[in-house]
Design a protein around this ligand. Structure first.
Ligand SMILES: Cc1ncc(COP(=O)(O)O)c(C=O)c1O
Length: 369
């Protein structure tokens, strides 16, 4: 089966092999080495000052969002949540579930937020934090989170910046150094591992905020992790996998990784447009990791996805208001141009203009070389 999903994503053989490593005492010397290595490598990916700014929990990304809320916010705090789709809304809902007062800035589906708009909405209230989504996976929009964070930092603002980058980092540039206080990631997207780990990276200010003990957390308390301890049994096999994946990411290098994801996006968009499918997001804000495509009236998304699966290809459906007319193609993680082409070939028969789609994809495949 070929998968072009925005998570889970293909897992490299080296990661699979690493996950077969025999169990060991997670409080023993061997695992301590793995722990140190993994948090240091992750800190480098996040642009965090050190491994003592990283926490890793056995949970999917949603658990990481909840951990960020529990560790940096407390009931009664007021935040601005910028929602550009389903996952932005989830971040708000988690905060509300924890007694946070959430003011929402709702952006129409398919659009990115505007930095000046967010900054002006932050004026006037004593906000504790702003909740942002880096890469909105439900729409395929890339948001200028670094611009908001950098502007707040320049202005000396005390507002904490919480960023969901679950489908962004490490495939799309993002660093805590831009003024982000916590970035939330998950293992099953650009990190090329199976689902099951959520990873949080903190700035110095974010770490200090965690350590200034506030009520309302237990399992997801990041404090011990930020002091180098693992209070509960870690998902040992996934840690081994993540260790191997981080080595592969470092070997490829970040610039090559970012360029690869941009190229995959450009190929998909050229293919879709020429083939008669409509990208729902403008070029300037199009995500490098996932593309939402409006189908022609003749093509039903769920029937088409079933037909593709029978042919050996899985793509994702539309979410929320886009459920009945949209598909999403993921191009993130352990995927190169040849892998993408297998999917493009399998999708071509039902496109209104299959030959034009393949020709455009061919052009886009060589344009980047
Ligand atoms: C941007 C974003 N936020 C949150 C989530 C939720 O992550 P999970 O399904 O791992 O809990 C996802 C998953 O696709 C996502 O893409």
């Amino acid at each position: 089966m070929h998968i072009l999903l925005p998570g889970p994503t293909p897992v490299p053989n080296a990661v699979e092999q690493a996950m077969l490593t025999a169990m060991t005492d997670h409080r023993g010397a061997l695992f301590e080495e793995v722990q140190t290595r993994v948090v240091e490598k992750l800190a480098a990916v996040f642009g965090a000052p050190s491994g003592q700014h990283v926490a890793i929990f056995p949970a999917s990304g949603t658990g990481g969002l909840e951990a960020a809320v529990q560790n940096l916010l407390a009931p009664g705090d007021r935040v601005l949540a910028v929602e550009t789709g389903l996952f932005g809304r989830r971040f708000s809902e988690i905060a509300e579930a924890h007694g946070i007062i959430v003011d929402r800035l709702e952006i129409p589906w398919g659009q990115a937020f505007d930095t000046a708009d967010v900054l002006s909405r932050l004026e006037g209230f004593a906000y504790r934090a702003v909740l942002l989504t880096h890469n909105e996976t439900s729409t395929g929009v890339l948001n200028p989170v670094a611009d908001v964070a950098a502007a707040l930092k320049r202005a000396g603002s005390t507002i904490l910046v919480l960023v969901d980058s679950i489908s962004g980092v490490p495939s799309i540039p993002l660093t805590l150094e831009d003024g982000i206080d916590v970035v939330i990631a998950a293992s099953q997207k650009g990190f090329m591992c199976p689902p099951g780990l959520t990873m949080l990276g903190f700035s110095d200010r974010g770490r200090d905020a965690v350590l200034a003990k506030r009520p309302g957390r237990f399992y997801f308390d990041c404090t011990p992790y930020l002091k180098g301890r693992l209070p509960y049994t870690p998902a040992i096999s996934l840690w081994y996998g993540l260790d191997a994946a981080l080595t592969l990411l470092a070997e490829e290098g970040e610039e090559a990784r970012y360029a690869r994801h941009r190229q995959l996006r450009d190929i998909v968009r050229a293919y879709a447009t020429a083939g008669g499918l409509t990208p729902l997001v403008a070029d300037e804000v199009a995500s490098p990791t996932v593309t939402a495509l409006q189908l022609p009236a003749t093509l039903n998304p769920s029937q088409w996805r079933k037909a593709l699966a029978a042919r050996g290809l899985q793509i994702s459906g539309g979410l929320g208001p886009w459920h009945d007319t949209v598909v999403r193609i993921g191009h993130v993680g352990y995927l190169d141009v040849a892998d993408l082409w297998a999917g493009l070939a399998l999708m071509a028969p039902e496109l209104p203009h299959p030959n034009a789609a393949l020709e455009a994809a061919l052009q886009a495949s060589f344009r980047h070389q």
